[in-house]
Structures are given as C-alpha cells and as structure tokens.
Design a protein around this ligand. Structure first.
Ligand SMILES: [Zn+2]
Length: 246
C-alpha cells in the first residue's frame, strides 16, 4: 500500500515541479509565481494546480501537464519496484532535471544555460560519488568533445547545403546539446556516456525516419526537418540509469 501512496504523492510533487519549472524558467530564468506557458501571465496557484484554462489568453492547460503527472507517478513507482542505478531520492531528483530539460527543449528548442549549470553541479556530485572523479571528468570531457565535433560537422554540412541561400541561419545541433552531453557525461561517467550517445543516435534516427515517412505519406517532404535532440540524449541516459539492470 505504501508503495502506491508514495508513488502518488511524490509523483504529483515531481510532476508539478517539472511542469512549473518548464513554464517559468524559459520566460523568467528563475522560479517565479506559476505562469501560463502561452501568454506568460502569472496564474493563481489553485488555478495552476487544478489545470484550469488561463484567464488571460484562454489557453487550455492540459495534455503536457497530465502526461508529466502520470509519467512522474509511474517513475516513482518504477524506482521502488525495479533496481534502478541511483538511490530513490536521487533518481527522483535526476528525473525532475531530465523532465525540465526535455520539456523546455521540445517547447522552446533550447537547452537553457541555467539548467545546464544547476544540473551540471548536481550531476558532477552524483558522478563523483557513484564512479569516482576520474571517470566523471573523463565522461564529461569525452561527452563534450564528441558532441562538439558533431556540432561543427552539422554546421559544415548546413553551410555546404545552403551555399546558395546564405540567409538561412538554422543549426542542426545547438550548442545547448554540446553542454547537455557534457553534464550527462558527468552523471554517467566513462564509458557509459558513449553507450547513452549510441542509444540517443539510434532512437533519434528511428524517430527522424518515422517523421520523414509521415511527411512523404502526406506529400510534404522537405529535407530540412529540424528535430530537437536533447530529448534523445536524455532518453539515452534515462535508459541506462532506469531501464537497464545494474
Ligand atoms: Zn495565458
């Protein structure tokens, strides 16, 4: 019984924190009163908690909030029945950080510097405690280098592709993805960060194929479909920490 009660209560707290931080950090860069993620006006706490429609812009606040509440409840439950690699409270903390970075990248296409710094310090401490200083620093360093090379390759390919139209200022990978793989490297250490990257590349590849296939079916294919990569990097780390038996 207490497992279910734990999952429900802590899952709701985790889901609230992910939703709340994903709303205020991109707009204000710090914790504020709860905000509408559409118009940025602040909402009364009770209206925010009960997912009421925004009184200012009429935004129906529903799916993302509900999905995150359910996901968070399930992850807390999972943490108690499955031998995940982190201890209970740390796995909840890491899940909240993962959730905030993922939601903000999907909604704003950005990995905020604030989340990288705060997450980085926490991941560094967890990394050193889990697998020692050397593996932690190596994981971060290798994560940075690999992603940095991919970042420049992406820039180069885009530049070659867009030689005729130099006004296009898009990026295949943002520098936020480089920062993100660095801090995930702290958390996972060496060589696990490379496994996480491999999972991320494979899952992003499958997702891209599915998107392209769908566009082809709808006859709307274009070659510059931009997809956010942070969720896949996070998924790689999540799979290693939460889904693979220690
Ligand atoms: Zn609003």
């Amino acid at each position: 019984m207490s497992i279910y009660l734990n999952s429900l209560l802590l899952g709701l707290v985790g889901g609230f924190l992910i939703n709340y931080l994903s709303d205020c950090l991109p707009q204000k860069r710090r914790p504020t009163r709860p905000l509408c993620n559409q118009c940025g006006q602040s909402l009364p706490l009770l209206a925010y908690l009960t997912l009421q429609q925004c009184a200012h812009c009429g935004e129906r606040r529903r799916w993302r909030y509900l999905i995150l509440y359910f996901a968070s409840i399930f992850v807390v439950y999972w943490n108690q029945i499955y031998p995940v690699r982190l201890d209970f409270w740390l796995s909840l903390l890491v899940f909240i950080i993962f959730g905030v970075i993922t939601v903000i990248d999907i909604e704003y296409r950005v990995v905020l510097f604030e989340t990288v710094i705060l997450g980085g310090v926490i991941f560094l401490l967890i990394g050193v405690a889990r697998h020692g200083l050397l593996s932690t620093v190596l994981g971060g360093g290798i994560g940075f280098l690999v992603m940095f090379v991919l970042y420049w390759l992406g820039k180069l390919i885009l530049r070659l592709k867009n030689k005729t139209s130099s006004t296009l200022d898009e990026e295949a990978l943002g520098f936020g993805d480089v920062n993100l793989l660095t801090i995930l490297g702290f958390l996972l250490g060496m060589p696990a960060i490379l496994v996480a990257l491999w999972i991320a590349i494979v899952s992003a590849g499958i997702f891209s194929l599915a998107v392209i296939f769908r566009l082809l079916l709808l006859k709307q294919y274009r070659s510059n479909v931009a997809i956010p990569y942070a969720p896949f990097l996070i998924f790689g780390a999540f799979a290693l920490l939460y889904l693979v038996r220690p």
